[in-house]
Ligand binder design. Structure first.
Ligand SMILES: *Cc1c(COP(=O)(O)O)cnc(C)c1O
Length: 379
C-alpha cells in the first residue's frame, strides 16, 4: 500500500472567480428561470458553436430526449445507437416511445461501426444517435453521408466531446442536433446540465417550450400550452458555473491532450505487445481526451474487478469502466436483447478500464497511474 494520496479517475476544477460569481448570483435574488446568467451562457455557447442556436437544460439526458421530441421521433420509430455508452443514450429512445436498435462498435475507435449502423437501417428508422466515446468523434463525413442518403435525423450524443473537432471544425458547429452534457466529470461542468445545438430558430422555440411545461407567454398576462413539456430548465446558479468554465475550456482541453500524450510516452511503444492490453487511438487531431481508456487483455492475469481493486488498494489509484454494454441490462434483455448479439461491445464492455484524466492532474500523476497499471498487469 502506497502512502501517496488518492488519485481519482476524474475530479472537477472550479476556480475562485467562478465560486465568487456563484456567490453573486445567490445574492442577486434571481436564481433561475429566464435569468441573465442562462441567457449569457447560451450566447457564449452559440458563439462557440459558430452562431448556431443553443439552449441549455438541467441534464445531458433530457437534452437528448428533447432533441428527439423536436425531431418528432416517437412511437413506431426506430432509433439506431451504440451499446457502449452511458445508459442514458438508449433510455431517451424509450422515453419518447421509440424503439432502440443497436449496431456493434469498431474495436479500434470503440465508437459505433458506421457500416453496421447503415446495415441496421430499416423503413422505420427515423434517427441515429452516434456517441463520441471519450471525446473521439466518428467519421463525420461518412455519418452525414449515411444520414443524407437515408433521410435520417442525427442526434449527436456529444456529451463527452465538448471542444473535440473534425477536420478543424468543432463538434457542434456543423451537422444536425448536437447534445452536450455538463455533468460533473465532463470537460466543462455546471454541476449538472447540458446544452443542445440546433439548426433553426423554430427548433429553438420548441426547445424553449419542451424545457418548461410547453408554455408560451405573450403580452402582459398571456399564457398558453400547446405541447407537452417538462421541467428541464438550467438554473442561473449552474449557468454562472458554466460561464466560469468557458474561460478555461481551451486550456483544460490542451492540458488533457498533453496528459494523453504523456500517457502514450509513459506506456512506451512496447506496452501493448508485452501486456496484450490495448491503448486508445492516438487521435490528437480530433479528441478532447475526455477519458483515457485501456482495454485489458482477454485472458489476462487478473479480471477487471481484480485489476480495479488492486489499482485502488495497492496504489491508491482510482479507475472506472465506461461502459457496461446497454443491451445486456435487464430492462433491455426483457426486450429481447441478449449475449452474442454485439460481440465487440460485449468484449470492450467487459475489459475496458478508465484511467485518471482531469485538469488538475500532473505528468507525475500520469507516470504513477502507468506504473500502477504495469505492476498490476505483470502479476
Ligand atoms: C454524461 C453522459 C450522458 C448523460 O449526461 P447527463 O448530463 O449525466 O444526463 C449521456 N451520454 C454520454 C455518452 C455521457 O457521457
Amino acid at each position: 500500500m502506497t502512502a501517496l494520496p488518492f488519485l481519482p479517475f476524474s475530479r472537477p476544477t472550479i476556480d475562485e472567480a467562478t465560486i465568487a460569481a456563484v456567490g453573486d448570483v445567490l445574492r442577486s435574488g434571481w436564481l433561475t428561470n429566464g435569468g441573465p446568467q442562462v441567457a449569457a451562457f447560451e450566447a457564449q455557447l452559440s458563439a462557440y458553436f459558430g452562431g448556431r442556436p443553443v439552449r441549455t437544460f438541467n441534464s445531458g439526458t433530457c437534452t437528448m430526449e428533447i432533441a428527439l421530441r423536436i425531431a418528432g421521433v416517437g412511437s413506431g420509430d426506430e432509433v439506431i445507437t451504440t451499446p457502449v455508452s452511458w445508459v442514458a443514450t438508449a433510455n431517451v429512445i424509450l422515453e419518447v416511445g421509440a424503439t432502440p436498435v443497436f449496431a456493434d462498435i469498431d474495436p479500434v475507435t470503440r465508437n459505433i461501426d458506421l457500416d453496421k449502423l447503415e446495415a441496421a437501417i430499416t423503413p422505420r428508422t427515423r434517427a441515429i444517435i452516434p456517441v463520441y466515446l471519450a471525446g473521439l468523434p466518428v467519421d463525420m463525413d461518412r455519418l452525414y453521408a449515411i444520414a443524407d442518403k437515408h433521410k435520417l435525423r442525427v442526434v449527436e450524443d456529444a456529451a463527452q466531446a465538448f471542444g473535440s473537432t473534425w477536420k478543424g471544425r468543432r463538434i457542434g458547429a456543423f451537422g444536425d442536433f448536437a447534445s452536450f452534457s455538463f455533468q460533473v466529470n465532463k470537460n466543462l461542468t455546471t454541476g449538472e446540465g447540458g446544452c443542445l445545438v440546433m439548426n433553426t430558430a423554430e427548433e429553438a422555440a420548441l426547445a424553449d417550450k419542451f424545457r418548461l411545461q410547453g408554455v408560451t407567454r405573450s403580452g402582459v398576462d398571456g399564457i398558453d400550452v400547446d405541447v407537452l413539456g417538462g421541467k428541464y430548465n438550467m438554473t442561473d446558479i449552474a449557468a454562472a458555473i458554466g460561464i466560469g468554465q468557458m474561460k478555461t475550456i481551451d486550456a483544460v482541453n490542451a492540458h488533457r491532450r498533453a496528459l494523453a500524450a504523456h500517457y502514450f510516452k509513459s506506456f512506451g511503444p512496447e506496452f501493448e505487445a508485452h501486456s496484450s492490453a490495448q491503448l486508445p487511438q492516438q487521435a490528437f487531431d480530433t479528441s478532447n481526451w475526455h477519458l483515457f481508456q485501456i482495454v485489458l487483455p482477454d485472458r489476462g492475469p487478473t479480471t477487471r474487478a481484480d485489476f480495479m481493486t488492486r489499482m485502488k488498494t495497492e496504489f491508491n489509484v482510482g479507475t472506472g469502466f465506461h461502459y457496461a454494454p446497454i443491451h445486456l441490462f435487464t430492462l433491455y434483455r426483457e426486450m429481447g436483447f441478449k449475449e452474442g448479439m454485439f460481440p465487440e461491445s460485449e468484449r470492450i464492455g467487459r475489459l475496458t478500464v478508465t484511467l485518471p484524466m482531469f485538469y488538475a492532474m500532473t505528468e507525475a500523476d500520469v507516470e504513477r497511474a502507468v506504473g500502477a497499471v504495469k505492476s498490476v498487469l505483470a502479476k
